[in-house]
Design a binder for this molecule. Structure first.
Ligand code: GLY
Length: 310
């Protein structure tokens, strides 16, 4: 079977390592972790891992999930503090515990028990960005949830900070055996309410893989993908006979239908069981990255824009 890596544009920093893992005969799961752990370590990416932007209290909270398309095994962590290796920990949840999702202090406890190194995730640059918006809220004694609402409203039309609300990394891999796996990692929405988890750690919302039909993963406003179980929907649509193209288009049209005062972009990348890939967005001008076995490096491509129906 031919090898494949496809994912969000910010995954590019890990693609060489991920493809090398596949070329050496590593599994799709190995390639997912090899790719995403480099994104989690990237200090220039403020939406994932180390240097991720923090929640309303200034705490960096990470979410991640991984899914094995062979037997639909999955693992996830949510609201993880103090450890960078969220995708590796999600794999540990899948491989070494009877659970599929461990969140909060439990996830940090598992990280410590697993021997992962503790890391201060909040960098001076991320703290500066966090403060730049929070200061506008200073002096108010509203409950926290009012602050979250105000910050999100203020950021909605602010291109400089848009990535802080939407950024996440995802990768789908296909290995020599034809097995597929999917991984997602994020620091979630900046200024989010403490404990908030989006679609990334929710199997079926931001991540789904099934060798028989394909895989899908989302970035963007996680609450929307949660409400529609978007990643699972794409795979289920293909199971019901839709082509990859039609399944992604339908999922994007469903997202457009959602009533949401914080409506925002959602981007989906997917593959089918034959290893064909495609990516869509509910907004124009978004890209993704892909590397097939015959490519010497990843290529950045434009996502198909699916507009709202007239
Ligand atoms: N899609 C990432 C998030 O909403 O946290």
């Amino acid at each position: 079977m031919s090898l494949l890596l496809v994912g969000s544009t910010n995954a590019a920093v890990g693609f060489a390592a991920g493809m090398e893992t596949l070329r050496r005969g590593g599994s799709a799961l190995d390639a997912i972790v090899a790719t995403i752990e480099l994104v989690e370590a990237n200090p220039d990416d403020h939406s994932v891992g180390f240097s991720g932007l923090p929640n309303l209290l200034g705490e960096v909270e990470l979410d991640a999930s991984i899914m094995d398309g062979r037997a639909l095994a999955a693992g996830a962590v949510g609201a993880l503090q103090g450890y960078q290796d969220a995708i590796a920990l999600a794999r540990r949840v899948m491989d070494d515990t009877p659970h599929a999702l461990i969140a909060g202090t439990g996830s940090a406890r598992l990280a410590a028990e697993s021997g992962l190194p503790p890391v201060d995730l909040l960098t001076p640059e991320a703290e500066r960005v966090w403060r730049s918006r929070l200061d506008e809220q200073a002096g108010r004694d509203d409950p926290y949830h009012h602050h979250v609402r105000n910050v999100v409203r203020a950021l909605a039309d602010d291109p400089e900070h848009a990535e802080a609300l939407h950024g996440t990394v995802n990768v789908i891999a296909r290995d020599r055996n034809g097995d597929i796996a999917c991984g997602v990692s994020t620091s979630g929405w900046a200024w989010k309410y403490p404990g908030r988890m989006g679609d990334s750690p929710i199997i079926g919302a931001g991540n789904y893989a099934d060798n028989r039909f394909g895989a899908a993963a989302c970035t963007g406003r996680g609450e929307m993908a949660q409400r529609l179980c978007t990643a699972h929907s794409v795979v289920a649509f293909m199971r019901c006979g839709m082509t990859l193209d039609a399944a992604l288009t339908q999922a994007a049209l469903d997202l457009h239908r959602l009533a949401d005062p914080y409506w925002s972009e959602v981007n989906i990348v997917a593959i089918d069981a034959a290893g064909r890939y495609d990516a869509v967005s509910t907004v124009a001008g978004k890209t993704f990255v892909v590397q097939t076995e015959d490519m010497t490096a990843h290529q950045e491509r434009e996502r198909r824009f699916v507009p709202a129906p007239a």
